[in-house]
Design a protein around this ligand. Structure first.
Ligand code: PCA
Length: 206
């Protein structure tokens, strides 16, 4: 079956340990997805700097993935959010991991003001089915997550960006104790289901 790309992000100034990278790797390592695809999904951990859009993301997109699941952290949010769109806007306030800020207010001066994901609603349903009640969001920010999503949506393949909060610190469950599994474990399972749905959608698309 077709190629599925899963992306996460590395550290940036306010998040020195970015859980989205760990989550992307865990989802991409899913035996279930490997069985479905016939090979492991591609996993890309993007450096959180504007230059990485050209040096890391563009080459991955040139391999023409049939579907893309993107994950980033939104440290101030309390819920997992499915981003429904990306906008052609860059923050000039927040430096990236290399200390650079966006140089222009728009990434693509001639690009559309926004690009919408046609697969966001379906992914939200998939997450819900897997027990994760994610919110829909139309504001992916003005930083690297929005920037990378805007780029990926330009390809036209089914792509969805999921923002996760910082996972709460959990103590190890007591043996036999009925605690909920750690957030990262629950999110991994739900995002595997989201990835499955995206991969099938990518396969169906001409
Ligand atoms: N979150 C940032 C960039 C990398 C990440 O994980 C954002 O929301 O733009």
């Amino acid at each position: 079956m077709s190629r599925l790309l899963i992306t996460g992000f590395g550290p940036f100034p306010t998040v020195p340990d970015n859980p989205s990278a760990r989550l992307a790797r865990r989802v991409a390592a899913s035996p279930h997805l490997r069985r479905l695809l016939g090979h492991a999904p591609d996993c890309l951990v993007l450096e959180t700097r504007y230059g990485a859009l050209d040096t890391q993301l563009a080459p991955a997109l040139a391999r023409r993935p049939r579907a893309v699941l993107m994950i980033g952290v939104a440290a101030r949010r309390s819920r997992v959010c499915v981003e429904t769109r990306a906008v052609n806007r860059v923050s000039r306030l927040f430096p990236d991991a290399s200390g650079a800020v966006g140089r222009f207010l728009a990434f693509e001066p001639d690009g559309p003001a926004q690009r919408r994901s046609g697969a966001a609603a379906q992914v939200r349903v998939a997450l819900k089915r897997a027990g994760l009640d994610a919110a829909a969001s139309r504001d992916a920010g003005r930083y690297l997550c929005n920037a990378s999503y805007y780029r990926v949506l330009a390809t036209g393949c089914p792509a969805v960006f999921v923002h996760i909060p910082m996972p709460p610190r959990t103590r190890r469950p007591k043996v036999g104790g009925g605690r909920r599994p750690p957030a990262l474990d629950r999110w991994t399972e739900a995002l595997i289901e989201a990835a499955r749905v995206l991969a099938l959608r990518g396969r169906a698309q001409p």
